[in-house]
Design a protein around this ligand. Structure first.
Ligand code: ADP
Ligand code: MG
Length: 478
């Protein structure tokens, strides 16, 4: 019997608790989401209010964290208690790692759920605290390697610089290395690959990887416990400091000051600094000038959205890794339809796998089409009614305010109805909420707009084209 099995037996309540959580979540998410992402989660251990669950892959953690972090957080807090937290372990790694050895990324916590006061990046009671005091946080995901990182025109410079640094940390002119680019394009993967590669070659090198919000949270914790000196000296002893999503330092002046000191100290002693951001340094408004200028001392490299060939290469490689049997034609369909985000390409493969195993059917082109569509629908949850209104009003050349007022001019009425129609189609907002966004109109007005636009589209090809154009524009510009 494994350690885990023993833990489960010794805590019979845990299963009931998780069942309660699931029944709440089931009401809050679509069935497919529930079946795909929540049913495979297994409760492992409940330690005080910290629930450890097992998931099939690290991708699950990212997916859950990104889309359902709040739902999970609310749910476990309502079932377990207000200090409840969730930690994950990945199934494939569980046999190799006893619960006493969880300072690496096999256990990850949702950042939104992480409670810094207890320093839960590690499980406090199971880690040697004296060691933790000296070692800054490092949560490298072993999956993020150079080997798994597909080279493309979109990431050429960033990847080349990353490889050079992994060979000679602190000794190239790329210090700091500043990588920037949009969401899901591989920044985290690439900067973690540097850390993993260095550790693999020379395990004695101290590598610390964390995101800027974790850094901030740890700093705040240090202030509260009067341990700022210890905190900063810990970071000043690392050889390679990797900070992800540095844009999180925006507006946090005290943290910026401290980071500035650490940066200077490390840089002067020839230690390597690697940063990622969603924007180039100059566009990081709200970050102190002196930091922005230091960020430009080394090399700034961007990662762009992947071109078609790179997308196909990524899908080929990932489908092999996941053992998914899928034809070239299907890969091409996905690559042609999911264009701006590598995380979504990967998400699509996982969903295909999940959908085909749930329905017990081979993957076919119909399933591929449906899955691609689902991904697009999920993406739409980020679209706001205001964004839709803006794009629609621009297109019909009417004032945004006009659609919210009692204006009955023909072009205003059509713009309002199209905006309402698209708001229902592209977001999950209720009829009532949509109505409220358009000058407090009633839900029946929204229904009327939907049916009017639908029937007009059947008889007016020009309007149909406009609506489809607007729909694409809104979906893909966000
Ligand atoms: P970002 O940090 O830019 O938002 P991530 O590094 O988290 O993006 O990448 C999102 C997902 O896409 C990860 O699972 C990552 O492994 C994968 N990915 C990104 N770029 C590549 C690439 N060039 N080759 C293979 N996988 C990639
Ligand atoms: Mg990232």
């Amino acid at each position: 019997m494994t350690d885990y099995a023993i833990k489960m037996e010794s805590n019979p309540n845990m299963k009931t608790i998780w069942k309660d959580c699931l029944s709440i979540i089931k009401d809050k998410v679509p069935d497919l989401t529930y079946n795909t992402w929540f049913l495979p989660i297994k409760p492992i251990e409940l330690n005080n209010q910290n629930l450890l669950v097992e998931v099939p892959s690290s991708f699950f953690i990212e997916w859950l964290e990104e889309r359902y972090g709040n739902i999970i957080d609310e749910t476990i807090k309502s079932v377990i208690g207000k200090n409840a937290e969730l930690s994950f372990i990945i199934a494939e790694n569980k046999e190799e790692n006893s619960t006493t050895n969880i300072s690496n990324s096999n256990i990850t916590q949702l950042p939104t759920l992480r409670k810094v006061e207890n320093n839960n990046y590690y499980k406090k009671d199971e880690i040697d605290l004296s060691e933790k005091e000296e070692t800054p946080i490092s949560l490298l995901n072993p999956r993020y390697t150079f080997e798994n990182f597909i080279k493309g025109e979109n990431n050429q410079l960033a990847r080349a610089a990353a490889l050079a640094i992994a060979d000679n940390p602190g000794e190239t002119s790329f210090n700091p290395l500043f990588i920037y680019g949009g969401v899901g394009l591989g920044k985290t993967h690439l900067i973690q690959a540097i850390g993993n590669e260095i550790l693999q070659k020379k395990s004695a090198i101290k590598v610390s990887y964390l995101s800027a919000d974790m850094f901030t949270a740890e700093f705040v914790d240090a202030i509260q416990h009067d341990k700022v000196n210890e905190f900063s000296s810990r970071y000043k002893t690392v050889d390679v400091l990797i900070i992800d999503d540095i844009q999180f330092l925006i507006g946090k002046e005290k943290t910026q000051d401290l980071f500035f000191q650490i940066f200077n100290q490390l840089h002067q002693s020839g230690k390597q600094i690697i940063l990622s951001s969603d924007k180039p340094p100059k566009e990081l408004k709200g970050l102190s000038e002196r930091l922005v200028s230091r960020f430009q001392w080394g090399l700034t490299a961007d990662i762009q959205p992947p071109d078609l060939e790179t997308r196909i290469a990524i899908l080929n490689k990932k489908s092999k890794n996941y053992g998914i049997n899928i034809s070239h034609k299907m890969i091409e369909y996905i690559a042609l339809n999911i264009t701006s985000n590598i995380r979504e390409l990967e998400g699509c493969l996982i969903k295909l796998l999940a959908n085909s195993s749930l329905s017990n059917k081979e993957i076919d082109i119909e399933l591929v089409k449906r899955t691609v569509k689902e991904i697009a629908t999920n993406r739409e949850t980020n679209i706001t009614i205001d964004q839709i209104t803006k794009v629609v009003c621009q297109h019909f050349k009417v004032e945004e305010n006009a659609v919210r007022e009692k204006n009955r001019k023909k072009e205003v009425v059509i713009a309002r109805q199209v905006a309402m129609y698209l708001s229902k189609k592209l977001t999950a907002y209720s009829l009532k909420t949509v109505g409220l966004h358009f000058g407090g109109r009633d839900h029946s007005t929204v229904i009327h707009a939907q049916t009017t636009i639908e029937s007009l589209m059947e008889v007016d090809p020009q309007l149909k084209e406009s609506v489809n154009y607007l729909k694409n524009k809104i979906e893909f510009s966000i």
